[in-house]
Design a protein around this ligand. Sequence first.
Ligand code: B12
Length: 343
Amino acid sequence: MSITVSSALSPDVFDSYLTLVGDGDERGAVDLAISLLDAGVPAQRIIVDLIGGTQARVGELWASNEWGVAREHSATAVSERVLAAVASRTDVPGGRGRLTLACVDGEWHGLPARMLAELLRLDGWRVDFLGASVPGRHLITHLHQTGPDAVALSCMIPTRLPRAHAAITACRAAGVPVIAGGRGFGPAGKYAEQLGADAWAATGEQAVARLASDWPPSFVADDPGTFLGDEEYTHMVRSRPQLIATAMDRLPVVFPGAHHYDQAQIDATAEDLGHIADFLAAALYVADDQIFVEFVRWTAEVLRTRGVPVSALRVGLRLIRDQLVDFPAALRMIDGGVAAIGG
Ligand code: B12
């Protein structure tokens, strides 16, 4: 395939790439990306615009139920290989310093972090990429072994914020400044600041610019303490299994259709209740109702595209709410979520 630079990232290229990853055509997708590189398209544009842009589209196709989970997984796996192929064909000078990049414990969105790793590498950093879901203590061990200039911490979903806080606190205690990123840190990175990160960047390219121009940071965040959770948060975390088990027991009483659920439906329901508990816990941790309200809104939309009535979500929320009558902030958050999906 021969592509000129001017038309390199035309809509046709995006369409072709989406078709290739949607077909699980690893070879074709790699060939397309390499032909772009050969035509002079900067690796950064392939990473951010083509791979990143396509991943966003993959997310929409999954959310609207046009693509199943397997197709999303396959497309993501192909893009991981494309990213690796692009990286292996780019030489960079190095010399900026050494940096550790990790996803927060329980955070499985490894590809956005990997994209950032390659962008930083292209800018001359030596990057130790630790991948998805890195337990805090192993991250710290790695810091002691390698002595990096910075830690870049990726968090794509807010449920991981309490773990992000623990990791940020431990990194700073080890004397290594932290740059945080990923949409889990909230609009304009507000939770990154709240949890004591030294810096935040919205995108990989902004992170590259920030680290190139102003590092180590002149501004040092206040230490917000090692734990922000209050009694309600602690209760949510400790009683999570019980909350879900009780809700599952009561489900057929308030939702008779559940009597006929097969095992897959039972598992899916328990998983959904788990998400309710996890998002509620995260919202309590940073004391921001919006995390929970947005989650409820998003879940209602995902269920709607799958033909599941919003009443099913209301039932789930009520089953959890009934068990939290002594917890005013949790009740307020659940009520806010219910109101967001129309009472
Ligand atoms: C692929 C994917 C997955 C895959 C990830 C596989 C992998 N190897 O990465 C799997 C299947 C594991 C997955 C699981 C889930 N996912 Co998912 N996933 C996606 C999807 C479709 C693409 C992710 C991606 O590659 N994005 C591409 C890059 C380009 O995104 P980006 O944000 O622009 O990345 C840049 C910045 O974030 C930034 N950045 C990232 N990290 C860092 C770090 C630092 C330090 C800095 C400075 C910057 C930075 O730099 C990146 C490069 O520019 C997104 C949709 C989307 N729009 O992203 C959903 C998405 C992220 N997932 C979502 C959800 C809800 C989930 C699940 C909870 C689903 C579920 N019900 O189980 C689980 C959670 C799993 C977990 N505990 O982590 C939501 C998150 C919404 C939210 N914030 O609450 C999204 C947004 C989908 C959606 N619209 O609803 N997912």
